[in-house]
Design a protein. Sequence first.
Length: 315
Amino acid sequence: MTTHLVADRVHVRAPGKLNLFFEVGDVQADGYHDVASAYQAVSLYEDVWAEPSDDFTVSIAGAVDVSGVPADDRNLALRAARLLAKKTGHAGGVHLDIHKYVPVAGGMGGGSADAAAALVACDALWGTDVGTAELHRLGARLGADVPFALMGGTAIGTGRGDQLNPALAKGRFDWVLLPTDAGLSTPEVYAHLDRLRDQSGGGSAPREIGVRRTPEVDPGVLQALRAGDPVALAERVRNDLQTAALSLRPQLRDALELGDHSGALVGMVSGSGPTLAFLTADAESALELQVTLSAAGMTALHVHGPVAGARVMSM
C-alpha cells in the first residue's frame, strides 16, 4: 500500500469552463442525455490545497457564496481523493482546503474543477504518479466535466460530454460573466428541457428545443475558433439548455438584453445556468461592457480563454 509522501502541502489551480456550443440529444433510458459540446476553459479558477491527514476532510471558502457546497462525502473533490486513494492503495487520508471563485451551481463546472484539482493535488502529494490518462479515466467516473477541467484549453466533448478531443483555438477570446447568487440545479434544467420538448412535439419547436438524435458541434464553431474570430464565433454559439434555464429563471432575460444592447457580440446562458456569459470583440470591449453592467448594479467579471487545465502551482 502506498504511504510515501512527496510534499507536505500541494496547491493546484483548475479553471471554470464555458460551453461555447451545447447541443443536447434525446433523453436515454438511464435518464441521461448524449451531448455535443465545445468547451473553453476560462480564467476564473478554483484553488485547492492538499495536505496529509489521517482521514478525508475538506474546508471550503472563497469569493462566492459557498453555503450550499457540501463539506462531507457528497463533496466531489473529497470523492475524487477517495477514488484515487482506492485506485492506488494509498493508506492515509488528505485534508483539502478549497477556495472557490467559480459561481456555485452556475453552469461553469466549479465542482468539477474542484474534483480535477483534488485528483492532481493528491497524486502529487502522495507520489502515486498514475499518469494523465488514468486521471482522466478517474475523472470521468466523477462527472462529465471533470476530464475537461483536467485538460483545459478548448475541446470538443461528445457522448456524455466526457469523450474529449482537443480543438485548436487561435488567440484569445474575451468574455464578461454575470454570476447569480442563487444557482440552478443541472438535473432540474435537463428535466425541464425534456418537459418543454414533450410539450412542443419536436417538429415545430425552436432550434434549441427541437430534438436531434445524434448531437454534433456546428463546424462553423470550429472554423471560428481556428481563425481566432470572435465575430464569427458569436454567430454560431448555441446552448440547448438556455431556453429551459430562462424558463426557470425568467428574470435573466433582462440581463441578457442589457448585455446585448451594451456592446456584447452575443450573450448566452453558461451551461445549465444561471451564470450569463457575453462574448466581446476584444479585451477593451470587455472592460467597457464590464463597467456598463457594473454601473447597472450587477456583478460583472472579465475573463478570457482558453487557459490551461488543472496544474500544480506549488509544493
